[in-house]
Design a protein around this ligand. Structure first.
Ligand code: DSN
Length: 415
């Protein structure tokens, strides 16, 4: 990627952009929330729509000149409806967090009660962490995963719902490797006569492809981000039924946001069109097969996986028993040195801190995009384990870095 126009104006930024493209090509992107958008999506996001203000919704804008913005947004909405089967879709949230904010604003008052999965058990900041607006504005209680199995403790959730009487129960997670049973979450929400928000940010692509069960038609609200497993333009999305459509739209604009990022809406439309192609289903299935192969290799090399495996795009390793002296941060930084980019992560029952937690999280969506198959993912699992087993051994790092170079060269991201 040359960035010729940027270079003519701003060589420093052009250098950084080129370096970032090379970094992505020459390393393995295994942060479970990342992916490699297609060149078509990148082009849409870098289009003239970045210049356009379009407050409002298609056909009802506050500014003139929105005819093409309308066309793009309508396409994004209709494709999303086809992908996920929702009655109503809002494609304007700037991010997944903004999508969750839209839902809370639409139906909660400050002080209302949210019941969500604890962050250290796989939840998300926007589900009510004290440092996030959701934790500051609302009264938050958490449910957890079963410490023995690593699966959501659905019975505990139900009991907490009875005792806490939440206004909304949040499902959908950012570090949970197993299938979410949305029906059982709905039962817990019903016990408290609460709304149910399913935040499928991580698994949007898996749900669209039918590789993971869908909460659409079960939960009152489904939110997500659009750049993770669904691989479209960056941002967020809200899905709901016709009954809540107006409340959601008003909560996003004018409630939480001003002008929508129409270039990103264009990126969403293009990515959704790609996901409607038959190949996407095979892509989503391969993501899961690859995560299983990665997890099997890690386990075979002595690392322990939360819930002992995965049904999704990610694995979560708890290093405490196998590597008591190695923190998630130590592992993350040793792996970054060899070109494997994943993230340190809290684990259920975390005994360290969120900034220096005891686990690492790795996903396969981006590797799958660049053509990795199960065998290559098994090899990546072995490479990760070699580094985590000997994080300070320069010879091991050198050998692994060479293998990573070879794998990257064999799997170009962009032509
Ligand atoms: N930052 C994302 C993740 O890594 O899960 C969620 O917003």
């Amino acid at each position: 990627m040359d960035h010729d126009h940027v270079r003519a104006v701003d060589p420093a930024v052009a250098d950084a952009l080129s370096a970032e493209a090379s970094r992505q090509q020459n390393t393995l992107a295994m942060i479970a929330s990342e992916n490699h958008a297609s060149e078509a999506v990148l082009e849409a996001q870098g289009s003239a729509l970045t210049n356009k203000y379009a407050e409002g919704y298609p056909g009802e804008r506050y500014y003139a000149g929105c005819e093409f913005a309308d066309e793009v947004e309508r396409l994004a909405i209709s494709r999303a409806k086809e992908l996920w089967g929702a009655e109503h879709v809002n494609v304007q949230p700037h991010s997944g967090t903004q999508a969750n904010m839209g839902v809370y604003l639409a139906i909660l008052d400050p002080g209302d009660r949210i019941l969500s999965l604890d962050l250290t058990h796989g939840g998300h900041l926007s589900h009510g962490h004290p440092a996030n607006f959701a934790g500051k504005l609302y009264d938050v209680e958490h449910y957890e995963v079963d410490p023995e199995t690593g699966y959501v403790d659905y019975e505990g959730l139900r009991e907490t719902a009875e005792a806490f009487d939440p206004d909304i129960v949040v499902s959908g997670y950012s570090a949970y490797p197993r299938v979410v049973d949305f029906e059982r979450i709905q039962e817990a929400a019903d016990v408290a006569d609460a709304y149910h928000l399913a935040d499928i940010a991580h698994i949007t692509g898996l749900v669209a492809a039918g590789v993971h069960p869908s909460p659409v038609g079960i939960a009152d609200f489904v939110t997500g981000s659009t750049h993770k497993t669904i691989r479209a333009g960056r941002g967020g999305i809200i899905m709901t039924d016709d009954e809540h459509a107006d409340a959601i739209d008003a909560a996003i604009f004018p409630g939480a946001q001003g002008g929508p990022l129409m270039h990103n809406v264009a990126g969403k439309a293009v990515g959704f069109a790609e996901a409607l192609e038959p190949e996407f289903e095979a892509y989503a299935s391969r993501i899961v097969e690859n995560a299983r192969a990665l997890g099997d290799a890690l386990e075979a090399e002595g690392l322990s996986l939360v819930s002992e495996g995965t049904d999704t795009h990610l694995v979560l390793c708890d290093l405490r028993e196998s590597h008591p002296e190695t923190t998630g941060g130590d592992a993350e930084s040793a792996l970054q040195d060899v070109g494997i980019v994943l993230n340190k992560n809290t684990v259920p029952g975390e005994t360290r801190s969120p900034f220096n937690p005891s686990g690492i999280r790795a996903g396969t969506a981006a590797l799958t995009t660049r053509g990795f198959e199960a065998e290559a993912c098994r090899e990546v699992g072995e490479l990760i384990a070699h580094v985590v087993n000997d994080p300070d051994d320069a010879d091991v790092r050198g050998e692994v870095a060479e293998e990573v170079d070879r794998l990257c060269a064999a799997h170009p991201i962009y032509e």
